[in-house]
Design a protein around this ligand. Structure first.
Ligand code: IMP
Ligand code: MG
Length: 332
């Protein structure tokens, strides 16, 4: 898997952070590239601590992994500096010199905009910051003195890494159904969140991507406004053990059962070659902590088989608990 794109299948919060942190440790990933922006929080557990990362790539758990922020990403400088400190990665993280900057004024514009209130954005200002980039008035990472020690030519590093056969993970943020182009517009984020766009933000051409790993959760969640087919009530979600709150904003997540037709469609459009299913233990509590396929109860195995048969994509990783290592790795 020299170059792998990780993409979320639904409305975000599928557990990409957990899958990335596992791959980082297990496969000893050489480069992990964060795309998108501060609106997305990736949750990582290292056995002791829980991190909700808004800027630092989730592969930081592997101490030899070079961490990069993509040229197409949007950097919120105070959050970046805070997380670099928290994770202790200052000597191995780089920010592409052309990444753009989200400023406090963008968050204010986002929060006060009536349109955005209807959408229920995260309030971080991602939409206004991207607007400013399109107007070509945005500040870039190379304009910010605090980022000077971290400036990098990430696009060259990543492509040289691929040439050398290094293991490169391109870390998508949010989910495909929040894509500006393919999601439930206008209830979407300010960018395309699909696999092609993730590669594009990182500066990797489509022929250089080896695997697209699509991440499904065993049920679907959504924060903010917009359609959610099959949505169940908060009470029902609590009863089923599916009720979650957002890692970033703390808002309640809405929930719905797994949608096989949607899973098939998103696998196709993203060109998925592999799939992960997270939180299988939320649907089948007896699976908690399982490390082998054989340890799964028949209903849980049947669910995984159905995901494979209906999407046409092999399920290679199955999440069975919050820790990075609570996983069934079915890769050969
Ligand atoms: P924005 O990305 O902050 O502009 O918010 C637009 C929509 O995307 C809102 O419905 C947010 O709740 C949703 N959203 C943005 N980032 C994430 C994420 O990382 N996980 C889940 N939903 C997100
Ligand atoms: Mg999240």
């Amino acid at each position: 898997m020299p170059c792998t794109v990780i993409v979320g299948a639904f409305w975000g919060d599928e557990g990409k952070g957990k899958i990335i942190s596992y791959l980082a440790l297990k496969d000893k990933i050489d480069f992990c590239v964060r795309t998108g922006s501060v609106n997305a929080a990736h949750t990582v557990w290292d056995g002791k601590n829980r991190y909700a990362l808004h800027m630092v790539p989730a592969a930081f758990l592997h101490p030899k992994c070079r961490l990069l922020i993509a040229a197409g990403a949007n950097v919120q400088v105070p959050k970046f500096l805070e997380e670099v400190q928290l994770t202790g990665v200052k000597d191995r993280i780089g920010v592409d010199q052309n990444a753009s900057i989200i400023e406090e004024k963008h968050a204010i514009q986002d929060k006060t905009s009536a349109v955005n209130k209807g959408i229920g954005t995260t309030g971080w200002g991602v939409g206004p910051a991207l607007e400013e980039r399109v107007r070509r008035t945005a500040k870039l990472a190379k304009d910010i003195p605090d980022l000077k020690p971290f400036l990098a030519d990430a696009v060259t590093e990543i492509n040289d890494g691929i040439d050398q056969g290094k293991k490169v993970l391109l870390e998508g943020t949010q989910g495909f159904m929040l894509s500006l182009y393919f999601g439930t517009y206008p209830y979407v984020t300010g960018r395309d969140t699909g696999a092609s766009a993730i590669a594009s933000e990182a500066g990797v051409g489509p022929t250089r991507v080896d695997e697209v790993l699509i991440v499904y959760k065993s049920f679907i969640t959504r924060v903010g406004a917009g359609p959610l087919p099959g949505e169940i009530s908060k009470e029902e979600a609590q009863k089923r053990g599916w009720f979650e709150t957002a890692a970033g904003t703390g808002r309640d997540r809405r929930s719905a059962p797994f949608d096989f037709d949607l899973a098939k469609k998103t696998a196709k459009i993203n060109g998925a070659t592999q799939a992960a299913v997270t939180k299988l233990d939320s649907m089948f509590p007896k699976c908690k902590g399982a490390k082998k396929l054989d340890a799964l109860q028949p209903e849980a195995k049947q669910f995984i088989k159905e995901v494979e048969s209906r999407t046409g994509v092999p399920v290679v990783l199955i999440g069975t608990g919050p820790d990075a290592m609570d996983i069934i790795d079915a890769r050969t």
